[in-house]
Design a protein around this ligand. Sequence first.
Ligand SMILES: C[S@@+](CC[C@H](N)C(=O)[O-])C[C@H]1O[C@@H](n2cnc3c(N)ncnc32)[C@H](O)[C@@H]1O
Length: 210
Amino acid sequence: MKPFDRKKHWNSIYQSKTTNEVSWYEQTPTTSLAFFNQLQIPRTAKIIDIGGGDSLLADHLLALGYEHITVLDISEAAIQKARQRLGKNADRVQWIVADAAQFKPTEQYDVWHDRAAFHFLTDDGDISAYIDHAQKGIAPNGILIVGTFSKQGPTSCSGIEIKQYSQRSITNRFKAFFKKIKCITIDHKTPFNTLQHFVFCSFRKPTVLK
Ligand SMILES: C[S@@+](CC[C@H](N)C(=O)[O-])C[C@H]1O[C@@H](n2cnc3c(N)ncnc32)[C@H](O)[C@@H]1O
């Protein structure tokens, strides 16, 4: 049996569906933006959206005056779509095509945001590698915002299994390097009028690790 090729999988999803034909579509990423607002992220912050795909988060952050935005995704088709949508503004964003489990950041970010990408990592080695890259790629005092399907949420998405988290289990996953700030649960209403239960947590990377 051929090993699962996640890059190919995501490229074919983005090549066959329009932006608002996917379950994760949000016209306005309300929960993510609320975290930015509540955490008072300065407009000069260096932000990376991991598994950003063709999410409209970058558009909203640009409109709010954020200047240093990077979007990373495993799918070049997703990045191409996002760039096309943004038009001239695409040049104000840095784009990286990479697998988050293998991405070795060459700079440090003040905010590492991930909505519904981390939960696709189901292999312990991939999960540990992701967390290691996050802790290296986040500046001291920097913020990690991560949203995954909760234990009451779906068990798969776009035909592949995901790993569900509770507030406790996600906090435990990141606790070696990050201090929890806040967790919430929300229902995401898909374009097909179904609900997906998410857990969203914010963490801070302490300047000194104990
Ligand atoms: C459910 S979509 C969410 C997209 C976006 N974050 C949003 O909220 O609209 C998952 C995204 O994660 C990307 N992805 C999945 N596995 C990945 C990996 N290992 N590394 C980087 N991106 C990945 C997919 O290509 C897709 O864009």
